[in-house]
Design a protein around this ligand. Structure first.
Ligand SMILES: NC(=O)c1ccc[n+]([C@@H]2O[C@H](COP(=O)([O-])OP(=O)(O)OC[C@H]3O[C@@H](n4cnc5c(N)ncnc54)[C@H](OP(=O)(O)O)[C@@H]3O)[C@@H](O)[C@H]2O)c1
Length: 338
């Protein structure tokens, strides 16, 4: 099996560092590896597998000879560099939203729609973090009973908005506890002891872009009909890490809570934590630093005839970003698609 020359773009960021730790943890095979970031970090050292490496500024030329790029450097960087990398023969796995809805770009959750990888033309997109965890839960249920309607409410951790947002939660909480005033920078409202029903910009239809990502990306990944009704409300909560989602799914075919539990217990990448008699259900703290999507509170929904409601929680930096990026890279290597 051929091994690729790898580049990690955005290696100094929150997601990039997580990518490096998972590449090491999973022992991903490679011939060589480069660590790329902005000019600000060029020349600095970064640790990987117990050794120090020099960070290189990401310019088009550095992709010469690179086969697989794992990119988490934001949309504008990807718009500037993805095509340059592809032009030089690389497969560019992107964490930003820049290319997700483009027709020729597979949007992939490893273990859900791996076959879509075969259609890649150089760029492969990693879905939004809220969509990602949901796909591993919905796929086995959709295969069994076919999704008819989907209602999602998210409770999203601040780490999804990067390092500055993590620091703002700490600083604003400390200020609040001391009775001091705090000036928000990263969030439009104070995040300490509060919840904010706005993530990303508002669209013309009154939904936020984050909510529309869940709607559109879910249809693309699960190959649902465009007319499938999906709605989402995305909310930022004062939690450091792990997104939670309250999900109601109406199905075409009858499905019981017991069958749902059985399907999810056997699903790849999912762990059921559902025993209400003993107060067992997942919370963000249970999921932080772990790989599975945890599911609990599985019950027959009361508002629709043939529907299930459930609660799912996952580490947004792992399954919602770095872990799936690495898993896609592993599939690309395994399927020799570079
Ligand atoms: N956080 C999440 O949960 C999450 C989930 C899914 C997707 N994402 C996406 O992943 C990306 C990174 O997010 P993050 O939270 O890791 O952000 P972050 O902590 O701010 O890191 C950004 C990274 O991009 C690099 N970078 C910035 N401008 C660059 C340029 N012009 N050329 C090369 N490198 C550049 C930075 O390098 P320097 O250190 O040199 O500035 C840094 O390594 C974003 O597209 C984000 O939307 C994040």
């Amino acid at each position: 099996m051929r091994k690729p020359h790898i580049a990690v773009l955005g290696a100094t960021g929150v997601v990039g560092r997580e990518i490096l730790s998972i590449l090491a943890e999973n022992n991903v095979p490679y011939e060589s590896i480069k660590f790329l970031a902005s000019s600000k970090s060029a020349g600095k050292q970064i640790e990987f597998k117990g050794e120090m490496h020099t960070i290189i500024e990401a310019t088009p030329e550095v992709f010469e000879g690179v086969n697989v790029v794992l990119a988490s450097a934001g949309g504008s960087t990807s718009l500037a560099l993805a095509k340059e990398a592809v032009k030089r023969g690389a497969v560019y796995i992107d964490n930003s939203s820049a290319f997700r809805m483009e027709k020729d770009v597979p949007l992939v959750i490893a273990g859900v729609n791996d076959e879509d990888l075969r259609k890649h033309q150089g760029i492969i997109s990693n879905p939004n973090c809220s969509t990602s965890q949901l796909m591993l839960v919905l796929k086995p249920l959709h295969d069994y009973a076919k999704i008819k309607r989907l209602i999602v409410s998210t409770y999203q951790a601040v780490s999804g908005a990067g390092l500055a947002a993590i620091n703002e939660l700490t600083a604003s909480t400390e200020a609040k506890l001391k009775g001091e005033t705090f000036e928000n920078k990263k969030f439009v409202k104070n995040i300490a002891f509060n919840v904010i029903p706005q993530i990303d910009v508002f669209c013309d239809n009154g939904y936020t872009k984050e909510e529309m990502k869940v709607v559109n990306e879910t249809k693309k990944i699960l190959h649902l009909e465009e007319k499938t009704p999906i709605t989402c409300t995305a909310v930022r909560v004062p939690v450091y890490n792990s997104h939670s989602e309250a999900v109601t799914i109406e199905f075409e075919k009858e499905i019981t809570p017991e069958k749902t539990r059985e399907l999810l217990e056997n699903a790849w990448g999912v762990e059921v934590m559902d025993d209400i008699d003993n107060m067992v259900f997942p919370t963000p703290i249970d999921a932080a630093g772990k790989n599975p999507v945890y599911v609990g509170r599985i019950r027959k929904d009361l508002a629709f005839d043939n529907a299930i409601s459930l609660w799912c929680v996952a580490d947004n930096l792992r399954i919602g970003a770095a872990l799936n990026t690495v898993r896609i890279a592993e599939k690309v290597i395994e399927m020799q698609l570079f």
